[in-house]
Design a binder for this molecule. Structure first.
Ligand SMILES: NC(=O)C1=CN([C@@H]2O[C@H](COP(=O)(O)OP(=O)(O)OC[C@H]3O[C@@H](n4cnc5c(N)ncnc54)[C@H](OP(=O)(O)O)[C@@H]3O)[C@@H](O)[C@H]2O)C=CC1
Ligand SMILES: O=C(CO)[C@H](O)[C@H](O)COP(=O)(O)O
Length: 522
């Protein structure tokens, strides 16, 4: 442990707090780019493990990585003010959100000076970020809320990043962040200033909301392909690979890791799985339960708060909730005792018809994935207007081109030119404002209907696919069923209604009331 807490180090350029999956990857990435890094974690083993990795990694000069178990010692390892003009110190936090970050902020307030910059590179609720920006700002410390995407492998090789900060801080950080970021095939760095305040964390939160919908759409589809349509996981892997290589899902990250993951027959705790390790993995998603991750919960909260329709994102979160307690779910299933998912009649199709069905399913998945982008981006624009963040949707698509989980090359190539025509915080409703996007989405309707029909007929679980279909059906409907809801609302609550065809402003409350007959029982 030669170099841990070394008092003689005095030339650290970047300090990273948290030596876990993401902080560890960033430590190696930044040092590979030539910066001298201080890495701090309160767990000595975590720091040591990272130093060992730096030593073993042939792309990293281990002399550029100094480990610390004392935050104070790491801060003291930056160049001193008297050695010329003092540059702002840059710290990157990569820790669990919430209390741990507050604890570090409190410690840093007494250790840092005016002008120093702290980048919170974890996931965080945007209002917490703004609270910390105000607190750090009292001492002249810049607090940047920055989403870092792409998982630990991208943290190591180049993530997509969404910083929210002042223009001035961005100018200072830009050369560093651009050096570290993932790059598009055209060489553009996948990092741009999102806006002020909590906007960077906000965009990352909604990125994850979209990611949850994509994960759900793909896991629901894989199950239908396997259990209802009888494809082996190897066949599904080949199918996903073909989608990833060509067509509207080209370059979709989750399809890409999906086809690779399905080919594994051995993994943690699994020695040999005949039909791929996926069949041996328990069907419960638990990370939302203990709130160790919060982006799905926060996204769902934002959907309600901002009054924006994003049913596929919300449904994906509901699937996680229902999935999380396996034993409880089995008890519920015993009580309900209804049909379990069964084989579809299409399982017996001949090759030509099966190939045609696979094309339909590809289109359906594309439609649902595109729909989740539309829903998530609509939330971002609404928030940008409300908070005066001036977020550009084109910027979001640009930074999501590489190094992130919702990367989807063909979709980004389609959306970017459409979004470049708009200024910041617009357009508010994508399907209203961009007819080309609406007609592209509409083309997937029949396919989405077909895939969801298979789910309905076979009792397959498909909440995100269903929500996606209901979304397109609902936003397309010229005469919704909600007139009867308005009647009932007015009956019991004097909530008023509008008259058919008389709405002047879309959102305006109705002016009309009827004194209906006495309620039953009154
Ligand atoms: N994993 C991923 O794919 C991604 C994660 N993120 C976000 O990045 C952040 C880090 O995630 P990840 O790397 O996966 O998490 P890890 O748990 O792997 O790493 C976090 C590290 O921070 C340490 N830590 C916790 N509290 C403190 C503290 N007060 N002082 C110093 N170190 C501390 C932890 O130590 P210990 O374990 O001993 O508590 C751990 O070593 C989170 O906010 C996460 O949401 C963002 C994008 C992708
Ligand atoms: O931020 C991420 C990816 O973008 C992280 O992988 C995060 O841990 C995912 O957790 P969740 O799915 O619960 O948001």
């Amino acid at each position: 442990m030669a170099d841990i807490d070394n008092d003689k180090v005095n030339d650290v350029e970047i300090g990273i707090v948290g030596s876990g999956s993401m902080g560890g990857g960033m430590t190696l990435l930044f040092s590979q780019n030539g910066s001298k890094i201080g890495c701090y974690d309160y767990e000595k083993e975590a720091v040591q493990k990272l130093m060992d990795e730096a030593k073993e990694d042939e792309n990293v000069n281990e002399k550029l990585v100094h480990g610390f178990t004392s935050l104070e010692k790491m801060i003291n390892a930056f160049p001193k003010a008297d050695s010329g003009e003092k540059k702002p110190r840059i710290l990157v936090l990569s820790m669990p959100h919430g209390k741990a970050v507050d604890g570090i902020l409190d410690d840093l307030l007494s250790l840092l000076d005016k002008g120093d910059i702290v980048i919170d590179g974890g996931n965080e609720w945007w209002q917490e970020t703004e609270r910390r920006q105000a607190k750090a700002g009292e001492k002249g410390i810049e607090w940047v809320g920055m989403g870092v995407s792409g998982g630990y492998q991208s943290a190591r090789h180049g993530p997509s990043m969404s910083p929210g900060c002042t223009e001035e801080t961005w100018k200072y950080l830009q050369p560093y962040l651009e050096k570290w970021a993932a790059r598009t095939p055209e060489g553009e760095p996948c990092v741009m200033r999102i806006g002020p305040g909590g906007s960077g964390h906000y965009v990352k939160m909604i990125h994850n909301g979209i990611e949850h919908a994509h994960l759900s759409i793909l896991c629901e589809t894989r199950a239908i392909l396997h259990h209802q349509l009888g494809l082996s996981n190897d066949e599904i892997s080949d199918l996903f690979e073909s989608w990833w290589k060509d067509g509207p899902l080209r370059g979709n990250f989750l399809v890409g890791i999906g086809f690779k993951g399905l080919r594994f027959s051995e993994g943690g705790g699994i020695e040999h799985a005949q039909d791929g390790i996926v069949e041996k993995i328990e069907d419960k998603v638990t990370q939302d339960v203990d709130k160790s991750e919060g982006t799905g919960t926060w996204s769902t909260k934002e959907i309600a708060e901002r009054h924006v329709a994003a049913p596929a994102i919300a449904a994906a979160h509901q699937l996680r909730i229902i999935s999380s307690d396996k034993l409880e779910r089995l008890d519920v299933a015993d009580n309900l005792n209804l049909a379990q998912p069964s084989e579809a009649k299409e399982a017996k199709l001949d090759k030509a018809n099966k190939d045609k069905l696979m094309q339909t399913i590809q289109t359906a998945v594309y439609g649902a994935i595109l729909g989740a982008f539309v829903q998530g981006l609509d939330i971002i624009t609404r928030a940008s207007q409300d908070q005066k963040w001036n977020i550009s949707l084109a910027t979001c698509i640009k930074i999501w081109r590489q190094g992130c989980i919702i990367q989807s090359d063909a979709i980004a190539e389609f959306l970017l030119p459409l979004f470049e025509k708009f200024g910041p915080s617009e357009p508010v409703n994508l399907l209203k404002s961009i007819p080309e996007l609406a007609s592209e989405f509409a083309k997937t309707y029949d396919a989405q209907k077909k895939l969801y029909t298979i789910a309905i007929e076979t009792d397959a679980v498909a909440p995100a696919l269903g929500a996606s279909l209901e979304y397109i059906k609902t936003v397309n409907c010229r005469d919704l069923n909600t007139n009867f809801q308005e009647l009932e609302l007015d009956y019991f609550g004097h909530h008023n209604y509008d008259l058919k065809g008389k709405a002047e402003k879309g959102h305006e409350k109705g002016k009309y009331h009827t004194e209906f007959a006495k309620m039953p029982g009154v």
